[in-house]
Write a protein that binds this ligand. Structure first.
Ligand code: FES
Length: 162
């Protein structure tokens, strides 16, 4: 395949060693590989296809079907803005606009230094504290556009009690 990607395949090889070389292993392998690289590099997908004896088209289709997988590099910190109805009504758009303005990315985009990726998500089941912004695993309820900088600085920090 293409020589345009140059990715260290060692982490992928280590994942592949842990599973039977068969199609049934595909999703688990992709999950582990995604965890190892924070995305699914093309060279890795080729290696997965070869090792598991699965057509490359099938590997790509699984890699693109599940929202949890990304085929492009992701930021080390994932920032999600809930754009479900309750959050939308209570200011999710302004929150998302301010977040994207501060990071200089579009929704779905990643900063060039791979520091942050901005995503939108549907209702995360916390409507009572809408609008909700999630920095990695930390939920910020009643999130305000004016506090976006604080949320970003607190990456890996604690949830806002406001
Ligand atoms: S709509 Fe955002 S948490 Fe429910």
């Amino acid at each position: 395949m293409s020589a345009s990607c140059s990715v260290d395949l060692t982490p992928a090889e280590k994942v592949l060693e842990r599973y039977p070389a068969e199609e049934a292993s595909l999703i688990q392998v992709l999950q582990d590989v995604h965890r190892a690289y924070n995305y699914l590099p093309c060279e890795v997908l080729v290696r997965v296809a070869e090792t598991l004896h699965v057509p490359l088209a099938k590997v790509f289709s699984v890699g693109t079907f599940y929202k949890a997988f990304s085929l492009t590099p992701q930021g080390r910190t994932i920032v999600k803005v809930c754009t479900g109805t309750a959050c939308h009504i209570r200011g999710a758009v302004q929150l998302l606009d301010e977040l994207c303005r501060q990071l200089n990315v579009e929704p779905g985009g990643t900063t060039p230094d791979l520091g942050f990726t901005v995503k939108t998500v549907n209702c995360v089941g916390a409507c009572a504290m809408a609008p909700v912004l999630i920095v990695d695993e930390t939920y910020y309820g009643n999130a305000a556009a004016a506090k976006v900088g604080k949320y970003l600085k607190g990456s890996g920090g604690k949830a806002d009690a406001n």
